[in-house]
Design a protein around this ligand. Structure first.
Ligand SMILES: Nc1ncnc2c1ncn2[C@@H]1O[C@H](COP(=O)(O)OP(=O)(O)OP(=O)(O)O)[C@@H](O)[C@H]1O
Ligand SMILES: [Mg+2]
Length: 253
């Protein structure tokens, strides 16, 4: 409904060469996102989630199937910004210089990028920390700088690979609320990978659950009937979380 489909992953297959042996990683994975959608991908460790994001980003080509961005298949490199799993900031760059890194690489003039970054430092709760080095920031703040860098890349699609995975549960919950507020304001299309079912239900419009490797889509969920902001203690919320967990643990839809 509404916005046209911006991202379409259609029956993507991928095998990777692991020490000379071919390993089937993705077995016909499909998903789609409209402009401004938040789609989350969840699945067992090692099932192929990072591989899927790398394919969407254009860093890897599928063996079979296609990825379309705005209906375009061949020239998608540059449409999506990938925040890699366990990404770290460059220790010799200040927070603001880390934040503008992706913009620099994308060729956005430094003055433009710095002006935009300065505006976002306030929105990301980092005012006053612009000239600090990563070691002077808490883990949550470092992760916000990395997220800001991804938002500042100028790309329409953000691929976030377990961006909150390393944080303690309290920081993580407040970062989820904050990330939702930022997304509400900036309205990017997001594909989030997480291991956390609660995080998926708090944040996304839809969830794609993958099987163990080679990944196939085990089930898909829509949370459009759960109005935002979603309360983690709400009965409908807890019921949905329990249903998804049962599917994940049982391995059947
Ligand atoms: N560059 C690579 N070359 C060869 N094999 C790889 C490569 N990257 C990943 N693999 C293998 O492909 C499989 C899928 O890896 P991937 O990183 O996509 O899984 P994942 O779902 O993101 O796992 P996790 O939840 O632990 O992050 C793994 O079994 C891994 O060993
Ligand atoms: Mg991964």
């Amino acid at each position: 409904m509404g916005a046209p489909v911006m991202l379409e992953v259609d029956s993507v297959r991928k095998a990777l060469d692991v020490r000379g042996a071919w390993l089937d990683v993705l077995d016909s994975v499909s998903l789609s996102a409209s402009d401004g959608d938040w789609v989350t991908v969840i699945g067992p460790s090692g099932c192929g989630k990072t591989t899927l994001l790398r394919i969407i980003a254009g860093l890897l080509e599928p063996d079979d199937g296609n990825v379309f961005v705005n209906g375009e298949c061949k020239h998608r490199l540059g449409s999506a910004a990938l925040l890699p799993q366990s990404d770290t900031l460059l220790p010799w760059r200040t927070a603001v210089d880390n934040a503008v890194l992706a913009s620099e690489i994308a060729g956005i003039p430094r003055a433009t990028a710095l002006a935009e970054a300065t505006r976002l430092f306030e929105r990301f709760g980092l005012s006053g920390f612009e000239t600090m080095y990563p070691w002077q920031l808490s883990g949550g703040m470092q992760q916000r700088v990395a997220l800001m860098r991804t938002f500042l890349s100028g790309r329409a699609i953000l691929l976030l690979d377990e961006p909150l995975g390393a944080l303690d549960p309290l920081t993580r919950a407040s970062m989820q609320d904050w990330l939702l507020a930022v997304w509400n304001e900036l309205r990017k299309t997001i594909v989030l990978v997480t291991h956390d079912v609660e995080e998926a239900v708090v944040l996304s419009d839809r969830l794609v659950v993958l099987t163990p490797r080679p990944a196939r889509v085990l089930s898909e969920w829509s949370f459009e009937d759960l109005p935002r902001p979603r309360s983690r203690g709400d009965l409908a919320f807890m019921r949905r979380r329990a249903e998804i967990l049962a599917v994940l643990l049982g391995g059947t839809a």
